[in-house]
Design a protein around this ligand. Structure first.
Ligand code: URA
Length: 258
């Protein structure tokens, strides 16, 4: 939304654009509302929808209701299986298709990728800078996954993951932390519930790490990314905005864990 800034430090935008970007109305509805005298800026009714306004400084009201301005939106989604981590796709539903119009107006995108059959924590935002920092390979943001693995995950796998394993393309993984939760039989085969924390995000990394030790991931769910934790109140497909504490923690400001 800063594209139209007229001068350095000022974030003036057309009034109709502000209202439409906030998802309050379409651009043409915004124009109509302004013409109808329903919109006030700093207490004055305005009649020009092209009026340049700095929404961070000016108080905007529609029908007497204050409009809360923000440039960015941060959404914590419990990604369900069967949707792809993209903003558009020719064949599949995307995570963005799960969002309501009021959020779509911000044009959020997923921060990183979960496979189509992976569930769990996915952050969506339009804050490119924060997304870039979270995804930067230099930042080593830890990501924890819960998985069901076919086979008996054991101490040797733990040691291998701690040392780093070689993926099918020759890549040597960084040390990862494995927690073996339990073993049990399913359809006549031993399975393991595990948690794995990795500090990087190579394509299909968790599945390929288990392939490297001769085992298959049959279910995968991300439960944390950096300080963010999957909210148990969110069913797959549900999402909510990040709290202030979560956002601060994500930006490394404080509190360290939420
Ligand atoms: N590792 C995988 O293999 N798949 C994911 O979706 C995420 C991490």
């Amino acid at each position: 939304m800063t594209k139209e800034s007229k001068s350095k430090g000022s974030k003036k935008l057309r009034l109709d654009k502000i209202l439409s970007h906030l998802g309050i109305a379409t651009r043409s509805e915004s124009k109509k509302w302004v013409k109808q005298g329903r919109v006030r800026v700093d207490g004055q009714t305005v009649k020009d929808s092209g009026l340049q306004v700095d929404p961070e400084i000016s108080a905007i009201e529609v029908d007497g209701q204050a409009v809360r301005y923000r440039e960015f939106v941060y959404l914590l989604l419990n990604k369900p299986q069967g949707v792809v981590s993209a903003t558009e796709d020719r064949y599949d539903r995307t995570v963005v298709d799960l969002l309501e119009a009021e959020y779509l107006a911000f044009e959020p995108f997923p921060v990183g990728r979960l496979d189509k059959d992976t569930e769990g924590l996915l952050l969506l935002t339009n804050d490119g800078k924060l997304a870039h920092e979270l995804l930067s390979p230099r930042k080593h943001v830890p990501k924890t996954y819960e998985a069901v693995v076919r086979g008996e995950v054991n101490a040797a796998d733990d040691a291998a993951f701690r040392d780093g394993v070689t993926l099918d393309d020759g890549y040597e993984t960084m040390p990862a932390e494995l927690e073996i939760v339990r073993h049990y039989e399913r359809e006549g085969e031993v399975h393991s519930d595990i948690r794995l924390t990795i500090m990087e995000g190579k394509f299909h990394q968790v599945k390929r790490m288990f392939e490297a030790v001769g085992k298959k991931v049959v279910f995968l769910k991300r439960i944390s990314m950096g300080p963010l934790k999957l909210d148990p109140m969110l069913d797959p497909g549900q999402y909510r905005e990040l709290s202030e504490d979560e956002l601060q923690a994500l930006r490394g400001e404080s509190p360290s864990s939420v």
